[in-house]
Ligand binder design. Structure first.
Ligand SMILES: Cc1ncc(COP(=O)(O)O)c(C=O)c1O
Length: 439
């Protein structure tokens, strides 16, 4: 139980203070801020996602405070969690938005983010999405290839607008992080303009009357276990900024991307003071406004997935805890082999080594394997922690199981921000009768 205890008792240093845990045990049961999780489960049912507003605010503020040494903009990465209720909380803090699809752009605008508080990135932007971003007037389109630049130019010309772009470059640095699938800034990754191609793409963009090269961007990976890739990446980006400036690029923004980690186990919180020491002097020396695009860091620890134990079952020597949530609610364990701390909301005493699995017809449907955790019985409520990022947004309806609701807690209040999907919702898009088209 060492790691679990450390998880719940841990407070990590962040240079300018500490980040508190969003979930606390009081009178034998687990609370999110001023609300007992049992009350939420009794009313909203399970499975259900719960988020602490305060935890998000605290992380946003800590990062903002760490970067005070330079003009900066924090663009929250909607891909981590794009629920309207969360976006409202973050926007009220002064946070901006980073989107990767026309859908996320729609969500950001719907949540009230001003177009020039939105950055549009992504490796596979469609032409219609680029057009929508130009029509909206986003701050920057982060261009990832020569072919994409051509489409941005064509669309900007057709619309009679000037496209403000940044180059998202692949700095081709060594990235050590939690899983190979979330490393993005090493040689051979699909993301960003390959380092060697940047001069040619830049030459084309600088010659174009339809685009303005306003920024440079990188995103080396997510859940970075060390800040070294930032150091290496921003050094390369700075070198590029100087070269491009000398060629006449009217640069204004220096974007260090996302990637700050969250605590899933007994890790330390990221050292934001050290992060600032890496990025602030570089942006300052270049006279550029610093942009960061955090997702996971801001929302992961605010979230817990509530699930109820349906059955206990022994099979072939494995002790299974079968729950009403599985890979369809939280894909990270099976997709990334990710660790999420799990505890009983009201422990009954004792511990067991178990596999925590869901109801999906896949052997890969699990939330934890071979895990020493609270002993539980059918009917018990479990909290799966650090589920606020890349949780609900990756939820599936596989096996025709409606998606869970999302609940936002703020002090002693809570509200359903996304209702539970119904079976009717699941079949709504299916044609009731076939309307054939003759070829
Ligand atoms: C371009 C870009 N920016 C920001 C992020 C957010 O990353 P994180 O959630 O690790 O902060 C991602 C995540 O993949 C990304 O691809």
């Amino acid at each position: 139980m060492h790691a679990l205890r450390a998880f719940f008792e841990g407070r990590g240093g962040v240079g300018q203070g500490v980040l508190a845990r969003a979930y606390e045990r009081r009178d034998g049961t687990l609370w999110c801020e001023g609300v007992p999780l049992e009350a939420i489960a009794a009313s909203a049912g399970t499975p259900a996602y719960v988020y602490s507003s305060q935890a998000m605010r605290e992380r946003y503020r800590a990062l903002d405070a760490a970067l005070t040494g330079v003009a900066h903009r924090i663009h929250y990465s909607l891909k981590a969690n794009s629920s309207h209720g969360l976006l409202k909380v973050l926007r009220a803090e002064g946070c901006r938005a980073d989107v990767v699809s026309g859908g996320e752009l729609m969500r950001a605008l719907r949540a009230g983010f001003a177009p020039d508080d939105i950055i549009f990135g992504g490796v596979g932007k469609r032409r219609d999405e680029i057009r929508a971003a130009l029509e909206a007037g986003v701050l920057l389109i982060n261009v990832e290839s020569a072919a994409e630049l051509e489409i941005v130019e064509t669309e900007a010309k057709a619309l009679g607008v000037h496209a403000r772009i940044a180059f998202r470059v692949n700095p081709e640095v060594q990235v050590a992080n939690a899983h190979e699938f979330i490393a993005t800034g090493s040689r051979g990754h699909k993301f960003g303009i390959p380092w060697g191609d940047v001069p040619a793409v830049a030459m084309r963009a600088l010659a174009s009357p339809h685009v303005e090269v306003a920024g440079l961007d990188m995103h080396v990976g997510s859940q970075l276990l060390s800040l070294a890739p930032y150091r290496d990446g921003v050094a390369r980006l700075a070198e590029l900024a100087r070269t491009l400036r000398a060629q006449g690029a009217p640069l204004r923004y220096f974007d260090a991307g996302g990637g700050l980690p969250a605590r899933y186990d007994a890790e330390e919180a990221p050292d934001l003071a050290l992060f600032a020491e890496i990025v602030v002097p570089v942006a300052t020396s270049l006279g550029l406004e610093l942009i960061v695009e955090p997702g996971r860091f801001v929302v992961a620890e605010s979230g817990a997935l509530l699930t109820r134990v349906l059955y206990r079952k022994m099979s072939g020597g494995t002790d299974f805890v079968v729950c009403d949530a599985g890979m369809s609610e939280l894909l990270r364990p099976s997709h990334y082999d990710a660790y999420h701390a799990i505890e009983a909301v009201r422990p009954r005493g004792g511990t067991k080594t178990v596999d925590v699995v869901g109801p999906i017809c896949e052997t890969g449907d699990f939330i934890a394997r071979d895990r020493l955790m609270d002993d539980v019985a059918a009917g018990d409520l479990l909290a799966v922690h650090t589920a606020g990022a890349y949780g609900y947004v990756m939820a599936l309806t596989y096996n025709t199981r409606p998606r869970a609701p999302e609940v936002l807690v703020d002090g002693s209040r809570w509200a359903v921000i996304t209702r539970r999907e119904t079976l009717d919702d699941l079949v709504r898009l299916e044609a009731a009768s076939l309307d054939w088209t003759e070829a």
